[in-house]
Design a protein around this ligand. Structure first.
Ligand SMILES: O=C(O)C(=O)C[C@]1(C(=O)O)C=C[C@@H](O)C=C1
Length: 311
């Protein structure tokens, strides 16, 4: 496929990030031109502004939890929509300029989400090292190449791109660590239901009255909608002001999910639909008795009949 006709996907660069690896693992990878951006907000703005069709971003680490830059960026600004999620195994190596030994490593740089994944190893092997943050792991590697830092925590595959070598491999503390990535586009019709879907929203409180979070959760519980994740994030407006980022099982096309969102729309503030998309773990949803599409339709038919006087 010619370069010009490729689909442009934005990612956190430079080349060599796990985010780029996630992008390259997409089924449509051959038709994609990856475009590197220096931050997640910049990658998302490229989608908002139409420079790129989609963006790929890390949203959650199985070790470090939420990637807050991504969540906050989805919760604010011009809306975007998650169309897909993917899970990538994450393993870190310590990258250095050729010839550097462990004793001469005084500074180690990485993305803020990377260092906690290697904390124990660093504590044991490099207890006196100074850790520096970089915009991404590949950016840390680039800065090691340029002599700014002595070592970087990044994927072993990143070494070759920056003329570095792997001084120590598998320096992460948790074998089997994964990062969840999302593909976002400008808002449109949600992806077709696959039967194994997830729906993401952000939602705020109206007046912070007692039990208000419970009332939000009840909208899901009453329709038998199982939650996959709930994250509380500061709104940034003032101390003590939060919004919630919630992933639930099912698709917005499912009656029970639609009804839960209708309830939230009436009884909460700042509801934002972030997307319904196939689950990367392919887990089937739990549907409690009374909450299938058929049962919702039957109940609605009954109500219509009663209203029409046909009981
Ligand atoms: O994509 C990269 O390599 C990054 O630097 C980002 C990022 C993240 O944002 O979580 C990606 C996966 C790893 O868990 C650590 C860092």
């Amino acid at each position: 496929m010619s370069h010009a006709s490729r689909r442009r996907y934005a990612y956190l660069g430079p080349s060599g990030t796990f985010t780029e690896a996630a992008l390259l693992s997409l089924p449509e990878a051959e038709q994609i031109e990856g475009v590197a951006y220096p931050s997640v907000p910049a990658a998302f703005d490229a989608v908002r502004g139409g420079e790129c069709e989609a963006a790929v971003a890390a949203i959650e680490s199985s070790v470090e939890g939420a990637v807050t830059a991504t969540i906050d960026e989805l919760a604010s600004g011009e809306p975007l929509m998650i169309v897909r999620e993917l899970l990538l195994p994450i393993s870190f190596a310590l990258l250095v300029r050729p010839g550097t030994d462990l004793d001469s490593v005084k500074t180690v740089a990485s993305h803020p989400v990377a260092m906690p994944q290697c904390r124990r190893w660093l504590g044991q092997e490099l207890p006196d090292v100074r850790w520096e943050t970089a915009a991404s792991n590949a950016e840390a590697a680039r800065q090691v190449r340029d002599g700014v830092f002595d070592a970087a925590l990044a994927g072993a595959f990143t070494a070759a791109r920056y003329g570095l070598e792997v001084l120590a491999d598998d320096v992460h503390d948790n074998v089997g660590a994964q990062t969840r990535f999302v593909v976002v586009t400008r808002p449109g019709t949600p992806t077709e239901p696959s039967g194994l879907d997830k729906t993401s929203i952000t939602v705020g409180l109206r007046d912070n009255h007692p039990g208000e979070l419970m009332e939000i959760l009840e909208e899901f519980a009453r329709r038998g909608v199982n939650l996959c994740r709930i994250e509380s994030r500061p709104t940034g407006e003032a101390m003590g002001k939060y919004y919630f980022c919630i992933d639930c099982e099912g698709h917005i096309a499912d009656e029970r999910v639609g009804e839960a969102l209708l309830g939230l729309r009436r009884n909460s503030a700042h509801l934002r639909f972030l997307g319904s998309y196939p689950r990367a773990d392919r887990q089937a949803p739990t549907i409690r008795p009374g909450n299938t599409d058929e049962e919702f339709a039957a109940a609605r038919n009954w109500l219509a009949a009663v209203r029409d006087g046909n009981r």
